[in-house]
Design a protein. Structure first.
Lengths: 187, 517
């Protein structure tokens, strides 16, 4: 019987290791998912700040870039891009001005989160300057013009002739105040 | 062999006996089945006619959510654990489960977990209202305050399931009678062993998921909050990584049950025993790589849709093997149609219908039409009600004479079956049509064009709910005044529990290991 008990103990330990491992795996799924999406670009998430150096320009092609803005619930800002749509040559550096105004009586911190459709195009959209890399704090009534500079990689597949860059604007004042030291901003 | 057992209420609190614990699991799941069923009655009453009649939409949402949670985690899963407790030691020739005290604990967590979960209905802001799949941000940013009780409840019942699963694995690996090799084990033991592995693989993922929800809600993390760099779609990925194996957790033991019953009433050996084992294992393995077929509509790239579509359709192959084997077992057998056999045959037919609608849903291009419609509701109720519930019901009828030494009333049992068979189809079959016509799920009101289908479904549901009381009546009648069961009630039954054990099964199973040929 004691031999049996020892056998049982050994097996239980192994099974508990699986349980613990799977619990950790649940959390590991998040970085795994992000890495997987970064590599394959299937999630439409754009990368961090890119450098514009030695970029080939392909004058023979034109890609239409549309800008889409969504303002989340509970965000009393006006937020828009100066142009709704531009035609660009792959490799060219372009600048688009975005305008934001805090229409409320409170100071508000905003964070915009970009997304590209179709998802595969995200790999080829490089931003050298973007307000989405930082949070914006606007005092009551304050407004701001924010330039966004980007270029499209000349390697972009032939079948992508049109892509949409959307920004979702969130009010993150509460979480910034709650956790001042935390850096909530990503990419 | 002494058949002494403790008496009084403390018998049930302190018991470490696998039969007592199995009994408590089965009664617990039956009570949960009635509670979840009552919620379904509220849902169907509201949907009897278009327009709002009985309940507020907010309460309707709580009912759909709680109906799902209670049925999945409170009724189906504990009923399977109850069967495992009763049967596994008897079928492998063991004296008891390997870890009897943990067994007691894993049961007694459940009433507390579900009291917590149910109590949230009476709290300010109401209970969970975000659907049983609790997608973020509905369950994080926009959830009622009582969601924390839901999270704790899920944690507790997860711990219970994991302990139950560990117990099954240790029992099967270490407690088999000499000569009971793995490939001689009854299929019910096999399917449960595989289910137990699924449980210890995915229940921790569910625990991780609700933990992330908890920290998102209260501790400033942003796992699923896009404003903080998180991703709500990832919630769905993690949920379904748990959720798809979970649906097999609910149905695999029922596969095992019918694989025992059909040979018994066909008076033939099970056709293709080893292919059954391999098919079950392949279903379990495949279940880990198909999760995203629940989320074809989130905006996946074509490559992803293709992968998940093909992987999902692959599951039809081992499932087809199983259905083929059940039919081949019946082929040219000397069939008789006692209640357990009737439920098992209905299982095979209706589960196959649910499987077919599953293959339809697996096709990514058409899933955009079916997604989140009543077609999905029809599909999963066809695999769960005639699958898991008929399976458990068949098991209870089949082993009841062995367990108690008393025989149930066959006429009442058959009435229970035929009414269930008629009403289950009347309830869920029209949902295929309303779903194909575009009726979305989880809504309290609907377009006039769906009125007839919904009225049929509601009538069926009331009948189905009422019919389940027959089950209760049959069991109580049998316990109170059932005829004495024969030593071997079913002449075609095989296995240690029938051949090497007296009837009723003694309180302590094999104190000395039986001889296994």
């Amino acid at each position: 019987m004691t031999e049996q008990a020892q056998e049982n103990k050994k097996l239980i330990k192994r099974l508990l290791a699986i349980v613990g491992g799977m619990f950790i795996f649940a959390f590991a799924l998040i970085p795994l998912y992000n890495v997987f999406c970064d590599i394959t670009g299937i999630n439409g998430k754009t990368g961090g700040q890119a450098l514009y150096q030695n970029v080939d320009i392909d004058k023979s092609r034109v890609v239409t870039v549309e800008f889409l803005i969504n303002i989340n619930r509970g965000m009393p800002w006006k937020f828009e891009s100066q142009v709704k749509m531009i035609d660009v040559h792959p490799g060219e550096l372009n600048e688009v001005i975005f305008y934001a105004k805090n229409n409320s009586k409170f100071d508000i911190v905003g964070q915009s989160v970009p997304s590209v459709a179709p998802g595969e195009a995200a790999l080829y959209l490089n931003k050298t300057e973007c307000f989405c890399f930082d949070q914006q704090k606007l005092m009551a009534g304050e407004d701001i013009e924010m330039p966004m500079k980007f270029y499209i990689d000349a390697d972009i597949p032939e079948d992508i002739t049109r892509l949409t860059l959307s920004y979702q604007l969130f009010n993150i004042t509460d979480s910034v105040n709650a956790n001042n030291s935390a850096s909530v901003a990503t990419k | 062999m002494s058949d002494h057992h403790p008496t009084g209420i403390t018998r049930w609190f302190y018991t470490t006996n696998h039969k007592d614990i199995g009994t408590m699991y089965l009664w617990f799941s039956f009570i949960m089945f009635l509670i979840g069923g009552a919620m379904a009655m509220i849902i169907r009453a509201e949907l009897y006619q278009p327009g709002l009649q009985f309940v507020e939409p907010a309460f309707f949402n709580q009912m759909t959510t709680m109906h799902g949670l209670i049925m999945v985690f409170g009724a189906v899963m504990p009923s399977m654990v109850g069967l495992a407790n009763w049967l596994i030691p008897m079928q492998i020739g063991a004296p008891d489960m390997a870890l009897p005290r943990m067994n007691n604990w894993s049961f007694w967590i459940l009433p507390f977990a579900f009291t917590l979960l149910l109590s949230s209905l009476f709290m300010e802001g109401g209970g969970p209202n975000f659907g049983w799949t609790f997608y973020a941000p509905l369950s994080t940013t926009y959830a009622p305050p009582s969601t924390d009780f839901f999270i704790l409840g899920v944690h507790m019942m997860g711990i219970s399931s994991i302990m139950g699963a560990i117990n099954v694995i240790v029992t099967v690996f270490n407690m088999r009678a000499p000569g009971m090799t793995l490939m001689k084990m009854p299929l019910f033991v096999w399917t449960w062993l595989i289910t137990a592995f699924l449980l210890i693989m995915v229940m921790p993922v569910l625990a991780g998921l609700v933990t992330m929800m908890l920290t998102d809600r209260h501790f400033g993390t942003a796992f699923f909050d896009a404003a903080g760099g998180g991703d709500p779609v990832m919630f769905q990925h993690i949920f379904w990584f748990f959720g798809h194996p979970e649906v097999y957790i609910m149905v695999l033991p029922a596969f095992g049950v019918v694989s025992e019953i059909i040979p018994a009433f066909s008076r033939k050996k099970l056709f293709g025993y080893s292919s059954m084992v391999y098919a079950t294992a392949s279903i379990a393995l495949l279940s880990f790589i198909v999760w995203a077929h629940h989320m074809f509509a989130v905006g996946m790239p074509v490559a992803g849709e293709l992968f998940f579509m093909i992987a999902t359709m692959l599951i039809a192959v081992p499932t087809g093997v199983k259905v083929f084997n059940w039919v081949a077992t019946m082929w040219q057998g000397s069939l008789t149609f006692e209640t357990p056999m009737l439920f098992s045959i209905a299982f095979v037919i209706l589960f196959t219908i649910g499987g077919f609608s599953g293959v339809m849903l697996a096709m990514a291009p058409v899933d955009f039409q079916y997604h989140d419609t009543y077609f999905v509701v029809a599909h999963f109720h066809y695999v769960l009600f005639p699958g898991a519930i008929f399976g458990t019901t068949a098991a209870v009828y089949y082993w009841f004479p062995k367990w108690t030494g008393k025989m149930y009333n066959e006429a009442v049992g058959k009435t229970h079956f035929w009414l269930s068979m008629i009403f289950v189809n009347l309830t869920f079959f029209p949902m295929h049509f309303s779903g194909l016509a575009g009726m979305p799920r989880r809504i309290p009101d609907y377009n006039m064009m769906f009125a007839d289908f919904n009225m049929w479904a509601s009538i069926g549901a009331f009948g189905l709910g009422f019919t389940q009381l027959f089950f209760f009546v049959t069991i109580i009648m049998a316990i109170r005044g059932g005829k004495k069961a024969e030593e071997k009630q079913w002449d075609g039954a095989t296995g240690l529990e029938w051949d090497a054990m007296t009837t009723p099964a003694p309180y302590h199973s094999f104190s000395t290991p039986p001889k296994v040929d």
